[in-house]
Every structure is written in C-alpha cells, then in structure tokens.
Write a protein that binds this ligand. Sequence first.
Ligand code: SAH
Length: 361
Amino acid sequence: MEKVRELIDRLESQRILTKEEFCFLIESIEPEDRVYLYERARSQARAVYGNAIYVRGLIEFTNFCRNDCYYCGIRRGNRQASRYRLTREEILECCKEGYALGFRTFVLQGGEDPWFDDDKIAGLVREIKEAYPDCAVTLSVGEHSYETYKKWFDAGADRYLLRHETANPEHYAKLHPSAMSLAHRMQCLRNLKAIGYQTGCGIMAGSPWQTSENLAEDLLFMRDLEPEMVGIGPFIPHHETPFKDKAPGTLELTLLLLSIVRLMLPRVLLPATTALGTIDPIGREQGVLAGANVVMPNLSPLNVRKKYMLYDNKISTGAEAASNIAELRQRMEAIGYEVAVGRGDYPGSKVIPSAPSTSRS
Ligand code: SAH
C-alpha cells in the first residue's frame, strides 16, 4: 500500500520509474490506490488541457490489408471479411460532413492497402488540406518507407498513428507473422518523429501473452520515444482470427495504463478509444476520468462501418458516431468536460499553416 502510493507520487514528480517499479505498480495496485492514481492523472490532464476534450473524425477508408496480424479482424487471412475502399469523393464527403459537425482533425485510417499508393494518399491529403486549411490531417496506414512518410508530410499530413503493439521482440513475434518485425515498426516510428509528424505509438491492453514486464517495457519505450500521442485500448478477440478464443483485455488494466501514461507524459494526446467504449458502456467516460483527453468519433459512411471490424462487436452507431456529436458533448458535460472545436495539437508543436482555401464549397 505505502509503497504503491510512494511510486505513484514519484511517477508524478519524476515522470519515470524503473522497470521493476513499473512491474510492481502494475501487479500490486489495489482498488484504493487505483482511485488515487486516476485522480492524480486526471488532475495532470486538467493542468495541461483544462476541461477540454479534443475530438477527431475517424475515416476508415479501406479494410484491404496486406498484413496478417493474428489479432486483427481485417487481416489478409480473414476470407469472411467483406472488403471495401472508399472513393476519393466519399472521403471528401466525410470531411465535409465532419467539418460541418465541428471536427477540425480528420484521421484517415486503413489497412495497408497497396491500391492506395503513395501518390493517391498524398493527393488525398493535399485535397483535404486545400479544402480545409484550418484542419489537421492524421494518417494511420501502417508501415512505410521514410520517403513515403516524407512525401505525405510534404503534402500536408500533420500527425501519424502507428501503435508499436509491444516493445518486446518475443512478444511481438507471438502477435505477428514472421514477415513483420518490431525493429521495423520502431524504425518507422523514429522516422515519423524525425520527419516532424506529431507521432502516436501505443498498445492493446491485455493482448495475448502480455506480461506486466512487457507493459513496463512498453512504458519505458514510450518515455524514450516521447510520442505526442499514445493509443491504448483493450484487446478484444475477433471470431475470424487465430486469437478468437483468447481472453479480452480488461477495463481496469486499460484505465491503469492510461493513468500511468498521463503521469509519465503529462502533455500527451491520449484518446479514450472505441475499444474501451466497446467493453464498457461508459468506458470512454472512465478513460477521461483516468487522464484521457481525446475521443475519435466515427465519420465513416454508415454502409461500411460494420466492415471495418478490427474486433467483435465494435460500436459504431451510438455516441461514437460523429453524427451523434451532440450526445458525446452531453456525456462529456455530465462528467465535467467540454468538447473543444479546434485542431487540438500537441502543446507547443510547430504547426505549419497551409495555404488559405480558394476552393471551399
Ligand atoms: N493498419 C494500420 C491501422 C489500422 S489497425 C496500422 O497497422 O497501424 C489500428 C489498431 O487497432 C492496431 O494498431 C491495433 O492496436 C488495434 N487493433 C487491431 N485488432 C484489434 C483487436 N482485436 N482488439 C483491439 N484492438 C485491435
């Protein structure tokens, strides 16, 4: 008890613990100290962001993927998945709808779909930035070369989300086929940072075979990388994957990790994820109360939403739908927060203004 509380206080004042201490904290924390930890993390988020919750409009623009990650419902090996790609026009229509709803960040997420080659993605980014110069564009389309990332950055992309999934190479190899490596994923993250993206890494809480030692390694990796964003949601099995019978991650573990990350990286942009909202009806609210400050409502067209199933039962039509931003706003207000309109950049990050729009319709 005493020891755990001392570790929480030291994490807040020093922003770091040793690997052994992180392990001890994760394994030994009791309900009372959890409440204390969430409270410290929440006050940290308040100190940086006040009561503002940033929103991002998530556009899931393709579920084709060349990879075969064992946990993921849109893995190449899932023959049951009904594949789709949004057209350029559909993607721009999502942005238009999102802009009208108050979104000032668009996240283009998809599988690693070779059909969307470097030039197509660069073209999309350019068109979105031209039409909405006051908006940020975030990409989340997996592993690519330095040159490709640079091309997209030069086209105007501001941020990039690429969860490292686990910082332990043996654990990584249990979650991915041998064609993928942790070393490459980490190199991608370092390249993204070097190019100038606001960069996000992250993990699934409770992924199969994850140990508290692995989690401690994840935390130390985050501290070393200094990402501007960290994505953490519970692992949830998908019935058409090799991990269909694995146990899901818990709400408790996810909240614990969110609050530790908030204390370690006080300014980080930390979403309360859709997966968290999927395992618990008030998961996102609890995430915010444990230090999260971002939510990413779904802007994808209704007819494809059920096809972007990374895991079973993924929610997509309630408060997590962008069109229901009013409900989200109410739910955030009910716990003392306010949804902010604006790009919601990482504090102090250099924002390159794009040319004023001439083509806004
Ligand atoms: N292909 C891109 C983005 C899409 S996947 C990429 O590789 O980055 C986005 C994230 O969803 C993954 O990083 C993973 O952490 C998460 N995810 C995938 N399958 C999941 C599952 N079964 N449960 C919970 N999260 C999952």
